[in-house]
Design a protein around this ligand. Structure first.
Ligand SMILES: NC(=O)c1ccc[n+]([C@@H]2O[C@H](COP(=O)([O-])OP(=O)(O)OC[C@H]3O[C@@H](n4cnc5c(N)ncnc54)[C@H](O)[C@@H]3O)[C@@H](O)[C@H]2O)c1
Length: 416
C-alpha cells in the first residue's frame, strides 16, 4: 500500500489527501495550522468540496499532524502550500521555502516529491531541488522530483480530480514515470510533459487566459455602460457562434487565491528575460478597476433616485469571490464594501456561505430583513440558492453586477 504525504491542507491539499485515502492509500497530512490538524482528526471539514462524512469515513487512513517527521514514512510527498504575492506584488515563496526546508530535514532516499503549488517556471528546478538537496540527497538520482499543477475549481462537481486531466513534468524521465504512476491512482488521465518548467507555465497560461478574457469582457462592460447597450445581451448573442468564441462573463473583478495572483508570478519572472508581459499587466489593471466602476454605478443609481451614497443603507448580496463557496480571499466584494463605507454608506451583507466578515465587524444578515431595511441591494456574487428574483421584486433599488436579474426587467433594477 502506498503512503502519500501532503504538506499544506487547504483548498488544494485536503481534497488531494482525501482522494488518495479514498483509493486506499495511507495519508500523512501535515499543516502548520494546528486548528486544521485538529479539525481533520475530529472529522470536521473546513473545505466545501470535502464533506464531514467522507472525512469521518477516512479517519483511520488520514493521519493529520503538525510534525514533518511523520513524512519520512511516505513514498511520495505533495507540496500544496500557498504561493501569494508580497505587498509589492512580487512572488512570495516564503511558505514554499519554509515547507521545502522542513521537508529536506526528513527527506529519505527513493521518495518522490511533487510540487503542486502554482508558481513561475523554474521554481521546481531552481528553488525546490537545491533546498531538498541540503538533505545530502541528489534530486533525480537519490530522490524523484516533479511538478504537477492543481486544477481544482472549488465548489465544482462536474470536473473533479478524478476526471480532470493532470499535467505532470518530471526533473528526469524516471521522476516523470514515478509521478505519473502516483497520479494514475486518483486521476483517469495523466498528461506527461517534457519538463517541470512546461508544467509550471501550462498552469500559468490557463489562469492568464481566464484573467485576460475576463478583463476583455469587463472593459466591454465599461464601454457598453457609456453606450447604453446591455453587455449581457451582447455576450449572449456572441456566444451563439458555434466556433471561435468562448463565453466569459463581466463582473465586479477577480478574486480568490489564483487569478488575481498567479499571472504576476509570470510577469515577475519575465522581467529576468527582458520581457514585459503586457497582456497580464493590462488585464490586471482593468480587473482591479472593476470594483471602482461598480461603486460608481451604484452611486449613479442612487443619484438617479435623488439619493446619495452617504447615509444610504446598502446590502451587499454575496461576498465570497465566487458562487457556491465561502472563500473571501481577494474578493472584489471586500473592496466594494470599503469603497462604499468611505463614501459614507451604511453597509450590511447577506451571504449564506460567509457567516462573518471580521475585518468589517459584520455578520451575515438574513436576506428578507436586509432587503426590508436597505435603500440599495448590490448583487456582487450570485450564489445558487439565493433568490435573486425575490431581490428584484422586494428591494427598493437593485444594482446587479452578475446579470442574474435579467428575467425581472423592473424599473428598480440596474445591471452592470
Ligand atoms: N484554491 C484553489 O482553487 C487553487 C487551485 C489551483 C491551485 N492552487 C494553488 O495551490 C496552492 C495552495 O492553495 P490553497 O488554496 O490550497 O491554499 P490554502 O491557503 O487554502 O492552504 C494552504 C495551507 O498550507 C498551510 N501551510 C502554509 N505554510 C506551510 C508550511 N510551511 N508547512 C505546512 N503547511 C503550511 C496553511 O496553513 C494552509 O492550511 C497555491 O499555490 C495555489 O495558487 C489553488
Amino acid at each position: 500500500m502506498t503512503t502519500v504525504g501532503v504538506i499544506g491542507l487547504g483548498y488544494v491539499g485536503l481534497p488531494l489527501a482525501v482522494a488518495f485515502a479514498q483509493e486506499g492509500c495511507d495519508v500523512v497530512a501535515v499543516d502548520l495550522d494546528a486548528r486544521k490538524v485538529e479539525a481533520i482528526a475530529a472529522g470536521e471539514s473546513y473545505v466545501e468540496d470535502v464533506s464531514n462524512e467522507s472525512l469521518g469515513q477516512l479517519e483511520s487512513r488520514i493521519h493529520a499532524t503538525t510534525q514533518y517527521a511523520a513524512l519520512s514514512q511516505a513514498e511520495a510527498v505533495l507540496i500544496c502550500v500557498p504561493t501569494p504575492l508580497t505587498r509589492n506584488r512580487e512572488p512570495d515563496l516564503g511558505p514554499l521555502i519554509e515547507a521545502t526546508r522542513a521537508l529536506a530535514g526528513v527527506l529519505r532516499a527513493d521518495q518522490l516529491v511533487v510540487l503542486e503549488s502554482t508558481t513561475y517556471p523554474g521554481t521546481t528546478r531552481e528553488r525546490v531541488a537545491p533546498l531538498l538537496e541540503e538533505s545530502g540527497l541528489a534530486a533525480g538520482r537519490d530522490f524523484h522530483l516533479a511538478y504537477s499543477p492543481e486544477r481544482v475549481d472549488p465548489g465544482r462537481t462536474d470536473h473533479t480530480l478524478r476526471n480532470t486531466p493532470k499535467v505532470v513534468g518530471g526533473l528526469t524521465d524516471a521522476c516523470a514515470e514515478r509521478a505519473h504512476a502516483l497520479y494514475a491512482l486518483v486521476c483517469d488521465q495523466v498528461v506527461g510533459v517534457s519538463s517541470p518548467e512546461t508544467a509550471e507555465l501550462a498552469k500559468l497560461l490557463e489562469n492568464i487566459f481566464r484573467s485576460v478574457n475576463i478583463a476583455l469582457v469587463n472593459e466591454l462592460a465599461m464601454l457598453t455602460d457609456r453606450m447604453g447597450i446591455d453587455v449581457w445581451e451582447v455576450v449572449e448573442a456572441a456566444a451563439t457562434k458555434p466556433y471561435g468564441f468562448m463565453r466569459f462573463e463581466p463582473g465586479p473583478g477577480m478574486g480568490g487565491h489564483c487569478l488575481p495572483v498567479d499571472p504576476f508570478y509570470l510577469s515577475w519572472r519575465a522581467r529576468e528575460f527582458d520581457m514585459a508581459t503586457e497582456f497580464i499587466e493590462l488585464a490586471g489593471k482593468i480587473n482591479q478597476q472593476m470594483p471602482y466602476h461598480c461603486v460608481t454605478k451604484a452611486q449613479r443609481a442612487l443619484n438617479d433616485r435623488g439619493m446619495s451614497v452617504k447615509g444610504a443603507r446598502v446590502v451587499v448580496v454575496g461576498v465570497s469571490y465566487k458562487p457556491g463557496v465561502g472563500d473571501v480571499r481577494e474578493s472584489p466584494a471586500l473592496k466594494i464594501i470599503s469603497l462604499l463605507r468611505e463614501l459614507g454608506a451604511e453597509v450590511v451583507y447577506h451571504d449564506p456561505h460567509v457567516p462573518g466578515l471580521a475585518e468589517f465587524g459584520l455578520t451575515s444578515t438574513p436576506l428578507e430583513q436586509a432587503l426590508a431595511e436597505a435603500d440599495l441591494a448590490l448583487i456582487v456574487t450570485a450564489h445558487p440558492g439565493v433568490d435573486h428574483e425575490l431581490i428584484a421584486r422586494r428591494a427598493r433599488l437593485v444594482v446587479d453586477l452578475r446579470g442574474v436579474t435579467r428575467a425581472a426587467s423592473t424599473a428598480n433594477v440596474v445591471r452592470l
